[in-house]
Design a protein around this ligand. Structure first.
Ligand code: URA
Length: 211
């Protein structure tokens, strides 16, 4: 596993990319998952706002349904996107890692964070998707997504709230993962909700600026 395939091998369309993702075995995660989860976006490229939103990996519900961000974290994301005035349907929504990594505990499947190596292997798909979608702004939700885009570990605290240039001329904005918000309570939750909302508002303003 982990051989670095060439950019020339990239699927030529988003449909071909989605097909190829589900059978990927470059790392072992795909052995246990139900299916690979490809990114989702407007069917008509004319309807694309230029924003790509990148999460970590599919969760339990996403693994079953084959669609990104439809479970609890997706609901938090949707609420904040609506509040910021960002149209999810006009964005590309995808993940840094394409299969659900979990440990089975009785009937429950508990999320496991991907390793840096797994994120780096799966990065090939994210780069192929970015090359096809050509976003102007990429919003990384959490550290795994940031790693998938930068190829290095990033500090959300230090690097959130401002654009970082990516090599293709697009801008990377980093914020927390919505699942992180779900794990907090009380004042800590309020504070992180506020920071998340501020990051999304900054992205919305930048999108509007770019027209
Ligand atoms: N969390 C993620 O990072 N991505 C999803 O698609 C769902 C939950």
């Amino acid at each position: 596993t982990g051989a670095a395939p060439d950019a020339a091998d990239r699927p030529a369309s988003l449909a071909a990319l989605a097909d190829a993702i589900t059978t990927c075995r470059r790392c072992p995660i795909g052995e246990c998952a139900t299916q690979g989860v490809a990114g989702e976006g407007p069917l008509d490229p004319q309807g694309f706002s230029g924003l790509m939103i990148v999460g970590e990996q599919p969760g339990d519900e996403e693994d079953r349904a084959g669609r990104p961000f439809i479970g609890p974290a997706g609901q938090v994301l949707d609420r904040h996107l609506a509040q910021a005035g960002i149209d999810r349907g006009a964005a590309r929504v995808t993940n840094a890692v394409r299969h659900f990594k979990f440990v089975q505990r009785g009937k429950r499947r508990l999320h496991q964070s991907p390793t840096a190596r797994e994120i780096d292997i799966c990065r090939w798909w994210l780069e192929a998707e970015r090359a096809l979608v050509k976003p102007r702004i990429v919003l990384a939700l959490g550290a795994s997504a940031a790693r998938g885009l930068l190829g290095r570990t990033a500090s959300i605290t230090r690097e959130r709230g401002r654009p970082l240039p990516l090599e293709d001329g697009s801008e990377l904005w980093i914020t927390a993962h919505p699942s992180y918000l779900l794990r907090l309570e009380g004042g800590a939750r309020d504070e992180q909700e506020r920071l998340f909302a501020a990051d999304l508002a900054a992205v919305a303003a930048r999108l509007a600026q770019l027209g």
